[in-house]
Design a protein around this ligand. Sequence first.
Ligand SMILES: *Cc1c(COP(=O)(O)O)cnc(C)c1O
Length: 383
Amino acid sequence: MTEETRLIHMGQAAEPLARTVGPPIQRGSTVLLPDAAALYDDAHHQTYGRQGLAAQAALASALAELENAREVALYPSGLAALTGAMLAVLKAGDEVLVVDTVYKPTRRFCDRVLRRFGVAVRYYDPGLDADEVGRLCTPATRLIVLESPGSLSFEMQDVPAIARMARAHGAFTLIDNTWAAGHLFKPLDHGVDISVQALTKYVGGHSDVFMGSAAARDPQVARALSDGVLDLGWAVAPDDAYLMLRGLRTLAVRLARHGASGLEAARWLQTRPEVSQVLHPALPGAPGHDLWARDYAGTCGLFAFVLAPELSAAAFLDALQVFGLGFSWGGFESLAIDCDPQLKVRATPPEYGGALIRLHIGLENVGDLIADLERGLAAARRG
Ligand SMILES: *Cc1c(COP(=O)(O)O)cnc(C)c1O
């Protein structure tokens, strides 16, 4: 054969591949089938690479074990997992009840896309108990969306009770469980139908890769999710899946450190006159603590606090030297934002009487982080 043809076929991978600790990063759109009969035999052969090859399969199987799920669908971002899972179970004429503290881009999707396709959207207060949410349900209510704690203001919901109530009303439940990273809280064990997380945050852990997952235990819900991925054409890259799997290996040790340092910083903030309130569900006495203590196995490093009235959020943030100013969280580095511009979109914006600052406590030395917070508070005092 000519070199022109040999260039196309030379350098094929050996089979079987040597076995490494991690899965092979198999890149492939085309999958070569062994014979003509296999071409259309989807039941016994993977015939195309879009649904993922070795690395994606290894990640999905690990996440299914983490979430106690039957199946986990992967999406190219956390937001895509939320929107993909909603599209998988909703149809025109349905109604969805969404917690008012929901991640703001999820709200944007509900308002701009779901409504356009004939799905009614109503927002409910995170402080409502299960019976009160139940009273909002109508025969059209198909899905209840939860997020606990809310990722800016940290309200806890009674997830098991709302899941039970939803089931009685014939509605599905979906939770954005990014805060617990699939490790600190197991929504499917508490009756939730779909557990979504932005793997971008703690599972990735290094602020450098996007991905999301939706986990389900019920075979029909799991089927709806995987059909939805097929219908809409989502795909994730093998390199990204590999990085997520690598992140899972250290998830528990990183979360333990994020959580312990976060609680130490939160306790220190509680003692400061520049701080009027600390919103951290793992802090005894803080809002939602009882629900957290009942249902959660630990805490991550994300929480918020309220500056005393009149103190400037910008002065605080601009004085920080260790904390970066940036959205997202779950990486090894500490971050801070002021939340107030994001609270305005809510049906019932909360009133704290001072600026709401969100902190992500990273893996740095906690003494250095507290010194940085002290620097910020001093600058806020000076104004
Ligand atoms: C970041 C985030 C998402 C979205 O994840 P992306 O991967 O950035 O799309 C969803 N929910 C919460 C609570 C988040 O913080």
